[in-house]
Ligand binder design. Structure first.
Ligand SMILES: C[S@@+](CC[C@H](N)C(=O)[O-])C[C@H]1O[C@@H](n2cnc3c(N)ncnc32)[C@H](O)[C@@H]1O
Length: 334
């Protein structure tokens, strides 16, 4: 049996304090962060509009600079799932932190984003933000866990987003879809520390072994994502966790191995620049939630592959990984 970490008042372990002390040199800021996580109160919701934006009876929060026009932030508890806008698939609810992470993609408006892959897609939040903001023609949505793939497929169906839903390991996709995509989303499976800030149980989230095993898995997924991106294309890397090894250090590792790739700076996110990296990447914190309206917080970075986009992209050969309800055959070159 592994050694249990001692619980601190408020339900956070000593491991959380260790993570916090690496993130913040000022003990007062570190404590403010831990208090915000332990409070479990970072629950702000958002709604992304896929189409048919309409008047709704929900109270909307003021619009921060980072928020694109396709997304609203909501004030107080709102049951979007009971609305006609939800049932018709016009509006899709998500956490404010997910909205903030996905909205980094607004930097790609006007770029030729024709074919997109989401490597870790279920239940579909980031994919739907990307769809609302960028309208790619061909969408591939991958999820390794079949039950979650079914939820993903239902969400995409309801929102009328045509996508090839696939169930495959990222290594299989990298082998069969090398340099096929303009944009790959990697909303990586992670230790999920911010779930606690949202009031959910996540024991062990701050434990070193959990952080490290997640970082290893993230390295593998991000490397495979890199293989899938066409020259001139992009990766959006996001997590809902705070630890350095799953965020800045992970990207540092990737950029050292791929020195031609760049992490791209996004003007509307300047206030969120991480203090833990010498390259552009962004952090939202739970103890800033009331000011920045970014909910439980998270990490987001946009990476660019070197080179010029080819006129036509290769068609990915992923048919035999297709989730049976969604596959509609191979698309034309994008
Ligand atoms: C943070 S969640 C994704 C949330 C989703 N992008 C959204 O915005 O709604 C991470 C997802 O990665 C999946 N996953 C777990 N292990 C994986 C692996 N080895 N490769 C790719 N995805 C994995 C999980 O099942 C989970 O659905």
């Amino acid at each position: 049996m592994g050694k249990k970490s001692k619980s601190k008042p408020g339900g956070l372990s000593g491991n959380a304090a260790k993570v916090a002390s690496r993130l913040f040199s000022d003990p007062e800021v570190s404590q403010a962060f831990l208090d915000a996580v332990a409070s479990g109160s970072a629950r702000q919701k958002a709604v992304v509009w896929l189409r048919d934006r309409r008047e709704v009876p929900w109270e909307l929060a003021p619009r921060p600079k980072w928020l694109p026009s396709e997304i609203d932030l909501l004030e107080g508890p709102v049951h979007v799932g009971n609305s006609e806008a939800y049932a018709s698939g016009a509006a899709y609810p998500l956490d404010a932190s997910s909205a903030w992470e996905g909205s980094l993609l607004q930097a790609l408006r006007g770029q030729p984003i024709r074919r997109m892959l989401d490597l870790c897609a279920a239940p579909g939040d980031k994919l739907l933000v990307a769809q609302a903001l960028l309208r790619p023609q061909d969408v591939y949505a991958n999820e390794v866990i079949p039950k979650r793939a079914a939820i993903l497929a239902d969400n995409l169906d309801r929102c009328a987003v045509e996508a090839q839903v696939i169930i495959a390991d990222s290594s299989q996709i990298a082998e069969q879809a090398e340099e096929c995509f303009d944009l790959v989303l990697v909303d990586a499976p992670c230790s999920g520390q911010s779930l606690i800030a949202r009031g959910k149980e996540n024991p062990g989230a701050f434990h070193e072994k959990i952080r490290q095993s997640n970082a290893l898995r993230q390295r593998r997924i991000l490397s495979n994502a890199g293989r899938c991106v066409a020259p001139g294309g992009w990766i959006l890397y996001t997590t809902c966790t705070y630890s350095l090894e799953e965020n800045e250090n992970l990207l540092k590792w990737f950029l050292e191995r791929n020195p031609d790739w760049n992490s791209v700076s996004v003007a509307t996110y300047a206030e969120f620049q991480s203090a833990h990296a010498t390259f552009p990447c962004y952090r939202a914190w739970p103890h800033h939630a009331s000011i920045s309206q970014t909910g439980a917080g998270g990490f987001a970075a946009l990476l660019r592959c070197p080179g010029e986009r080819p006129g036509d992209l290769q068609v990915p050969e992923l048919a035999h990984h297709a989730f049976k309800r969604k596959w509609t055959g191979a698309p034309a070159p994008a």
